[in-house]
Write a protein that binds this ligand. Structure first.
Ligand code: PMP
Length: 423
């Protein structure tokens, strides 16, 4: 933080800090879907600390589990087992389909994706990785290469062997919602830019940072087949889409009818605790046999206890069904808003992972970036916090804690209506 910095340097610092508002908010307290600033003002949180607070800010069950474990054992590192991590790995594996039964714990989404890329390369003996043009998978030196847009990278070498395929974006892409047509680009990439053999493919099923883009229908099944035929493995980045957020299913990939070989998860897994995991098959994990996997804090007992509480709450409160119900209501109300505000070009997403894209002209789809920032600022002043994203920064990202209610959804839409009318 820019302590004691001359004011002229603050604007640049604010950019580096990724602050979302011109007048930043200082948050001091969180309760379920609400945040409170230092003056005690309440905000409805529709962004959940970038899609991270899954079951609610300071959910009592998570708080209690963390407090109890903190008083018992806070840290061992991976050289010892602890009961929390052992039970947690089992509980997580129980919620995975197919043969996804081996769990590695790390601390962040970037680390999880780094590890997935490493496993893919070790297991296949290949190097090349196919990713998407609008992808975001982390800011580590390893994952930066997978990101599809310069905004999300630093100006330095990005590693080798990353190939960015056409983004299967139903709104902006050339082939609409025709997934197999975009998939043809992956076939071209494999034959033209790789030795014909690849290490793998990585994608989210709904691109989060990329602006809530749901991959075109039929895209993933077609690409998974091509990648496997080229000797590669398929990695699903469930950092944002996991744990029921997309509604009806636990994992985003289930909506697309595919079964990945490696799944990465972070953010919602720990409700804000620094926790992340990579889950894979015993066959792929065997490529680590005799090799060191070490991570000082990975599987920390306190975070594991919190992670276990998150799983219990998601199941008991039936949050995936709740996301499906409230999300469908919110999506339809946002659709209604789009009929009255021409600036809304697209409304999309699933469950409580929704996006609203603002454009200056519905035909040219010219991004309305300044307007997006202005509406977000007004909504913040009216007590609703949202995120924004997409390559052009013109997409509202609506991804609240999963306890968000229908009344919250109605309030958000009413406030957005007011803010859009003020433009
Ligand atoms: N994958 C996805 C899909 C993400 O959205 C993010 C973070 N925004 C990451 C990976 C990286 O996670 P972290 O910031 O925890 O490293």
């Amino acid at each position: 933080l820019a302590c004691g910095c001359p004011p002229e340097q603050l604007a640049a610092m604010a950019m580096a800090l990724f602050l979302h508002f011109k007048k930043p908010v200082m948050i001091v307290e969180g309760k379920m879907q609400y945040l409170y600033d230092e003056r005690g003002r309440r905000y409805l949180d529709a962004f959940a600390g970038i899609v991270t607070v899954s079951v609610g800010h300071c959910h009592p069950e998570v708080t209690e589990a963390v407090a109890r474990q903190s008083a018992l054992l806070q840290h061992t590192t991976t050289i010892y087992l602890n009961p929390q991590v052992a039970e947690y790995a089992k509980e997580l594996a129980d919620r995975m389909p197919g043969n996804l039964k081996v769990v590695y714990f790390v601390n962040s989404g970037s680390e999880a994706n780094d590890m997935a890329l490493m496993l893919a390369r070790l297991y296949t003996g290949n190097w090349d990785v196919v990713c998407l043009r609008n992808a975001y998978h982390g800011m580590s030196i390893g994952t930066m290469g997978t990101c599809g847009q310069h905004t999300w990278k630093q100006p330095m070498p990005q590693g080798f062997g990353y190939h960015h395929a056409l983004n299967p974006d139903p709104y902006r892409g050339a082939f609409g919602d025709d997934g197999p047509r975009y998939a043809a680009d992956v076939a071209d990439l494999i034959s033209a830019a790789t030795p014909g053999r690849v290490a793998g493919f990585v994608a989210e099923t709904i691109q989060g940072v990329g602006g809530a883009v749901s991959l075109a229908s039929g895209y993933l099944p077609a690409v998974y087949k091509m990648i496997r035929e080229a000797g590669g493995v398929c990695i699903a980045d469930e950092v944002q889409t996991g744990f029921g957020r997309t509604g009806s299913h636990y994992w985003g990939f289930e909506r697309q009818g595919v079964l990945p070989d490696i799944v990465t998860m972070a953010k919602g897994i720990g409700n804000g605790l620094p926790l992340a995991a990579v889950v894979t098959t015993p066959e792929i994990a065997a490529s680590m046999a005799g090799r060191l996997h070490f991570n000082t804090y990975g599987g920390n007992p306190v975070c594991s206890a919190g992670g276990r509480a998150v799983l219990r709450v998601v199941d008991r409160e039936r949050l995936q069904q709740h996301c499906a119900d409230v999300g469908a209501h919110l999506l339809s109300r946002l659709g209604g808003l789009a009929q009255r505000h021409d600036i809304i070009g697209d409304v999309r997403g699933a469950g409580l992972m929704l996006g609203v894209e603002l454009v200056k002209d519905r035909r040219t789809k010219e991004p309305a970036k300044a307007e997006t920032a202005a509406v977000m600022e007004t909504m913040k002043d009216l007590g609703v916090l949202m995120g924004k994203g997409g390559l052009h920064g013109n997409v509202f990202r609506i991804k609240p804690p999963m306890c968000f209610s229908r009344a919250d959804a109605d309030f958000l839409v009413d406030v957005m209506d007011v803010a859009l009318s003020k433009l």
